[in-house]
Design a protein around this ligand. Structure first.
Ligand code: CAA
Length: 258
């Protein structure tokens, strides 16, 4: 029995860092690991002291996908009733900003997990792919939808049909990745972005994330309605008054999250 935590959690001021920790199997996303990840994410989502969450992987992978050994003999009914993959939707429902620091392989469910994050930073050694077709299945945790939105239909289609992986540089060139960093500075870059976000009004951060997510997941009409609702809503906050007053008084704002 291995006593290592499946997810290593550390808090640095307003930032939580979650490290997927099954390096011996390239952080294959077993149901137990996903449950632990969800538990941490939902805990930090309601913790006012945490303003941004970084997800990364131990060893040479971010995550090489859902755990194939945990699914190999499953029936469709077991897949359905266990909620093994369906429960990943709780990761996409986190309201705090999430930054994926992709340190190596992000394949299958690993790529899908990265795409549930709001910002994707990649090490020069990272590789992205949806290779499910190689094992006789298709992506099941958002890959067909989010990869298509990120890369466009033709690049996404080629990846899911051939199972080919792309490098961090290619992923960046085509819009899947925000930035490529040397491996040794990846986490520091993630910390820097997280700190920048952590200094903003947490209300504005939450509401703008919701609005941009709506753009990525629904229609422009629906997205515009959410954007305007959230824009109006922020005028009920002390942070809006403080932010605008600080601008006019030429000083840094002091956001309270109210
Ligand atoms: N599930 C379970 N175990 C995995 C795994 C996975 N997704 N990926 C890697 N491992 C295990 C390997 O079985 C191996 O374990 P053993 O040492 O016990 O044999 C260990 O991790 C190291 O892997 P390799 O020896 O294969 O390492 P490599 O460097 O030769 O190859 C790799 C690396 C190309 C990433 C290869 O491991 C690989 O192809 N992995 C599977 C990728 C994949 O198909 N992912 C999709 C999974 S399905 C999915 O994610 C569905 C969904 O949409 C939710």
């Amino acid at each position: 029995m291995n006593d290592e935590p499946l997810v290593i959690s550390s808090v640095e001021g307003p930032i939580a860092i979650l490290t997927l920790n099954r390096p011996q199997v390239l952080n294959a996303l077993s149901p137990a690991l996903i449950d632990d990840l969800i538990r941490h994410l939902e805990m930090y989502d309601v913790d006012d002291s945490i303003r941004a969450i970084i997800i990364t992987g131990a060893g040479r992978a971010f995550a090489a996908g859902a755990d194939i050994k945990a699914m190999a003999n499953a029936t469709p009914i077991e897949m359905l009733t266990s909620g093994m993959i369906a429960r990943w939707a709780r990761i996409a429902a986190i309201r705090k900003p999430m930054i994926a620091a992709v340190n190596g392989y992000a394949l299958g469910g690993g790529c899908e997990l990265a795409m549930m994050c709001d910002i994707i930073l990649a090490s020069e050694t990272a590789q992205f792919g949806q290779p499910e077709i190689n094992i006789g299945i298709i992506p099941g945790a958002g890959g067909t939808q989010r990869l298509t939105r990120a890369l466009g239909p033709y690049r996404a289609m080629e990846m899911v049909l051939t199972g080919a992986t792309i490098s961090a540089q290619e992923a960046s060139a085509h819009g899947l990745v925000n930035r490529v960093c040397p491996p040794e500075t990846l986490l520091d870059e993630a910390r820097r972005v997280a700190q920048t976000i952590a200094a903003k009004s947490p209300l504005a951060v939450q509401l703008v994330k919701e609005a941009v997510r709506t753009a990525a997941e629904t229609t422009v009409r629906e997205g515009l309605a959410i954007e305007l609702r959230n824009f109006y809503l922020l005028f009920a906050s002390e942070d809006q008054k403080e932010g605008m007053r600080a601008f006019i008084e030429k000083r840094a704002p002091n956001f309270s999250g109210r």
